[in-house]
Design a protein around this ligand. Structure first.
Ligand SMILES: CC(C)(COP(=O)(O)OP(=O)(O)OC[C@H]1O[C@@H](n2cnc3c(N)ncnc32)[C@H](O)[C@@H]1OP(=O)(O)O)[C@@H](O)C(=O)NCCC(=O)NCCS
Length: 155
């Protein structure tokens, strides 16, 4: 049974671990080992995840049978900063439920659109949820070339 609730400070340790496991296990479908290492190096520490909550963002946590199954960070202007699902929970609609909940809540902050920089792995998920691809983004992380996709959806 999947449920969505607001973030609590005690979540940050589990969410940091979930981020890295998600990158290493799920991201590895679409990126090279060097790219995965670079991406995993961006894993926010529990302290950093807690600190990011100071900037006005909302963070929703998905739970399945009391286990953390995923989370999403939405900034007041509609930017989706983080969307990560636990490898053990993938393919079960966790990202869909998090995105649909974020979309339902977005009008409260006055955002006119939702937008994100979607990984290759996440791109089909965003498209399935009605987002359009705006552009491919090529950049470097820790000296390693990598890419993602600018996506957006009017609300
Ligand atoms: C991308 C990610 C968040 C998806 O999470 P998930 O919970 O497995 O996705 P869902 O099960 O909710 O899938 C949502 C929809 O997308 C569809 N979908 C998923 N992957 C797809 C693919 N490769 N091709 C086509 N459709 C796909 C699903 O079928 C589902 O559609 P449905 O609900 O109509 O059946 C997860 O793989 C992840 O955390 N990846 C690593 C980290 C990452 O890339 N984060 C995004 C950073 S922007």
């Amino acid at each position: 049974m999947l449920s969505i609730r607001p973030w609590r400070p005690s979540d940050s340790g589990a969410l940091s671990a979930l981020y890295e496991a998600s990158v290493r296990r799920l991201g590895a479908r679409d990126y090279t080992p060097a790219q995965i290492e670079a991406w995993a190096s961006l894993t926010p520490s529990p302290e950093a995840l807690t600190a990011r909550m100071q900037d006005g963002r909302s963070r929703l946590v998905a739970e399945s049978n009391a286990d953390v199954a995923g989370f999403i960070d939405i900034e007041p202007d509609g930017h989706i900063d983080l969307l990560y699902v636990a490898p053990s929970a993938t393919g079960q609609g966790v990202a869909r439920t998090l995105l649909e909940t974020a979309e339902a809540l977005a009008p409260v902050s006055g955002a006119a659109r939702l937008y994100a920089e979607a990984s290759e792995t996440a791109r089909p998920v965003f498209e399935r949820l009605g987002f359009s691809v705006v552009a491919r983004r090529d950049f470097e992380v820790a000296g390693v070339p990598i890419h993602n996709w600018a996506v957006e959806k009017p609300i």
